[in-house]
Every structure is written in structure tokens, then in C-alpha cells.
Design a protein around this ligand. Structure first.
Ligand code: KG4
Ligand code: ZN
Length: 354
């Protein structure tokens, strides 16, 4: 089964064609992150405007790359031919319906609904909070052994999920304020580092010598698996303003505190829910310190997809749709910015803050 995935929840305009949830036939992405780096963060209206110009070329490229897979292309693909190919070969469409930036989501959702209507193809709404983890089904490695504990960490999420099976998820904990990615980005801005801040903090942290500030580990000693990173940000600002510490020491201490909380909460959820695997997902999974600590301390295998699949893309949207195949009429799909409403409306997921 070939599914066309579409993703526009944040600053990436993405489309992909995936076969049977595992084989990527095409994976195309246009990012407005260069524009965002000029402003030091994502401006929703700017990201949404970029989606409007990129979405059609990106979908077209995803279809033509899938159509010509392994074959020699002669000249420019004729649109009429491509639409005929899509009609004959694409079995379903999937789109990120939420959560995300509403102006951005709307563009992908309305394009996907239009294609579903004119092609008369089933459409599956994908919940971004869950679709990230399907990057783990798109690698060459054997399928992850379920049940799994999932740690999704990006600019948009910090969630611990218990995945009993496809379609059987429990959200064990989420952030109460900033996500881990936001904490990296906001503290990086304070240190006058460019956006996105996570990779910059990681780079700077490598230069730190000696002393590591003991920054707070919010909610670490508390029951449950929720996160909170805004207190850490306030503490880092205070230390920075004191002028006593080198930026590299601040960067190393921030990275240490964030990774410490993420790893310890993930491992304690594993202990409680007895899973066979840990699945890492989201852009912060690129952080080497996080990967190393998780791998070194986990009693079960830790799966980490390649970084281009960890960050936002449409291949994981198509894979999610294959393994959670519940098409609904296009007229019933609406972009939904809120996480809990998206999960409730489109995935019927249990949220247990245990
Ligand atoms: O998944 P992603 O591309 O987009 C969202 O859905 O947000 O994640 C982007 C986030 C940004 O906050 C970025 O600073 C963070 O991932 N990030 C990192 C690293 N690379 C990207 N954070 C820490 N260390 C990294 N190496
Ligand atoms: Zn994301």
C-alpha cells in the first residue's frame, strides 16, 4: 500500500510516499528555517506564508520521485502524466491534522483534503505527537520489539509515551511549560547563539573546562513523568547575568540538566511499564550526550533513527497512517492546534499522568 504523507505543522513543508509503512519511495522537504534563524525563532505567520508557496512543488516532487524511483528521468515531468500516475498508484493520503501552529497546519490539511476529494482516495488524519515515533519503522533495522517506551523530544514536544502496540498508546507525561527543544533554543538566544539553539549549545558545551553548575532538575524527584523546563531557563538566566561564568560552562550545565531529566524520567517509566525497547524521536534526539546517556543506562535496546527522520518530515506521517489505518471522510478533518484535542479527536489516546 502506497501512502502520500503531508506535513506542515511547523516550519517544514514536507511530502513523502511510503510503501507499507516501511519503505520510503520519496521524502521531500522545504524548510523556512533559514528565515527563522534570521529572526531568532519561528514566526507563525512567516512559516505559514512559506508553506503556501512550497506545498504544491513539494507534493509534486514527492510524487515524481516516487514515480521515477530507480528509473532514468527524461526531461520535465508532465503534470497531467503525474496526476494519472498518482491516481493509479497512490492508495491513500495522510496529513498531520494536529497539534501544531494553526496557520501552518491549515495549509497541509486543506491541500490533503482537496487531493482526497478530487482523487477519491481515503484520507487518514495523523497526530504529530504519535507520528514522530514512526521514524523508527523507516530504517533498515529489524522492527522494534513492542511494547516500547517512547521519548519524543523536539521544539514542539517533550512526551513520554507507552506504546503497547500500533494504535494502543498511553501518554505518560508531557511538558507543563517549555519543551526541551524550546529550553535549548531560548537559553541559546540568551547566550547570543543563532537559532536553532540545540546544536549550538551542544557545540559550545564541548569547549567547557572543569566546573559544571548544578542547575535545577525540575520535577525530577516528583511522582509521575511530566516535565517542566521554564525554571531551568530562569536559573540559567540568573547565572548568566551574574557574569561569573564562561558561556561554555553555562551551555554544558544546561545540556547536562536537560539530558539528566530526560534520561532519568524515561528510565523510571521503563521500570514501571516493563517495555522491551526505548524509541527516541524528535529533533533533540540529535544530541549526542542524550543518546550516549540513554544507551549507556538503559537495560533494553534504545532505537535512534537517523537524524533526518527524527526531525519533522512526511515519511513518518505516511508510516503512522499505514500502521494506524483509520480513514475518515475528508469533510470531518479539521486542523487542530491543541495536543490533547488532537489526541482525543483523531487517535482516541489515553492520557494517564501516572
Ligand atoms: O523535530 P524538530 O526538527 O522540530 C520540531 O518539531 O520542533 O526539532 C527541532 C528542535 C529545536 O528546538 C532544536 O534546537 C533541537 O530540536 N535540536 C537539538 C539538537 N539538534 C536539534 N537540541 C539539542 N541538541 C542538538 N544537537
Ligand atoms: Zn515535530
Amino acid at each position: 500500500m502506497k501512502i502520500l504523507g503531508i506535513e506542515t505543522s511547523c516550519d517544514e513543508t514536507a511530502a513523502a510516499v511510503v510503501e507499507d509503512g516501511r519503505k520510503i519511495l520519496s521524502n521531500v522537504l522545504a524548510s523556512s528555517s533559514r528565515l527563522q534563524s534570521e529572526t531568532g525563532g519561528i514566526i507563525p505567520e512567516v512559516a505559514a506564508r512559506e508553506h503556501t508557496t512550497s506545498i504544491i512543488p513539494v507534493v509534486k516532487k514527492a510524487l515524481s520521485s516516487a514515480a521515477f524511483l530507480g528509473k532514468k528521468r527524461i526531461g520535465k515531468t508532465n503534470s497531467e502524466w503525474l496526476m494519472k500516475w498518482a491516481l493509479a498508484n497512490i492508495d491513500a493520503i495522510s496529513v498531520t491534522a494536529g497539534p501544531g501552529l494553526i496557520g501552518c497546519l491549515l495549509i497541509g490539511v486543506e491541500v490533503a483534503k482537496t487531493l482526497s476529494y478530487i482523487w477519491k482516495k481515503p484520507i487518514v488524519p495523523a497526530v504529530h505527537t504519535l507520528s514522530h515515533l514512526y521514524a523508527n519503522w523507516l530504517t533498515d533495522e529489524p522492527e522494534p520489539k513492542l511494547p516500547a517506551i517512547v521519548l519524543t523530544v523536539s521544539g514542539g514536544h517533550t512526551d513520554i509515551i507507552f506504546m503497547k502496540n500500533h494504535g494502543e498508546f498511553k501518554i505518560l507525561g508531557s511538558t507543563k511549560d517549555d519543551t526541551a527543544g524550546e529550553a535549548f533554543d531560548k537559553i541559546a538566544r540568551l547566550l547570543e547563539l543563532p537559532f536553532p539553539g540545540g546544536p549550538q549549545i551542544e557545540k559550545l558545551a564541548k569547549k567547557a573546562k572543569g566546573l559544571n553548575l548544578n542547575l535545577p532538575r525540575p520535577l525530577l524527584g516528583k511522582k509521575g513523568f511530566d516535565f517542566s523546563f521554564s525554571g531551568l531557563k530562569t536559573a540559567a538566566i540568573k547565572e548568566f547575568k551574574s557574569g561569573k561564568y564562561d558561556k561554555s560552562i553555562l551551555a554544558a550545565s544546561v545540556q547536562d540538566a536537560i539530558c539528566d531529566v530526560l534520561v532519568k524520567k524515561t528510565l523510571s517509566s521503563l521500570e514501571k511499564f516493563k517495555a522491551n525497547t526505548i524509541l527516541l524521536a524528535g529533533g533533540v534526539a540529535a544530541n549526542k550526550s542524550l543518546r550516549k546517556r540513554l544507551v549507556e543506562n538503559s537495560p533494553v535496546p534504545v532505537r535512534i533513527p537517523p537524524i533526518n527522520l527524527c526531525t519533522d518530515n512526511a515519511a513518518f506521517v505516511a508510516s503512522y497512517a499505514y500502521f494506524n489505518y483509520k480513514p475518515i471522510p475528508w469533510s470531518k478533518i479539521q486542523a487542530e492546534s491543541d495536543t490533547e484535542s488532537s489526541l482525543e479527536k483523531y487517535a482516541k489516546v489515553e492520557i494517564t499522568r501516572s
